[in-house]
Design a protein around this ligand. Sequence first.
Ligand SMILES: [Zn+2]
Length: 117
Amino acid sequence: MDSAWFWLVIIILGVVGLVILVSYLNRPKCPKCGKRDSLSTSRKTVKSERISIKKEETIKHYSKDQTAAGRPIAVMPESVSKRTYTVPGIRTYYDVKYTCRACGESFTRREYTDNEM
Ligand SMILES: [Zn+2]
């Protein structure tokens, strides 16, 4: 195998491994046996509050000879800048009930989701 390909495969495996690890660590841990293997059985809305959601916008800048009648005709813009802004949103908190698949223990975890208004 070519060494460039070798490193590409290593990097891809590393990224995939990291994604799996993060999603695993995000799963709720059983307080009794400590295993992260549980099923959510119910979800109850607790409260919701107003928040600001941070967003990023990419702005493409075209030079004069890259445009025709004010519209960009070039594939690659001359420069690209980023602008961050916030939009109002609502964060909803839930109490999610889990049942551990290993020992059968039931426990709840506070979770939330963010939605734009
Ligand atoms: Zn358990």
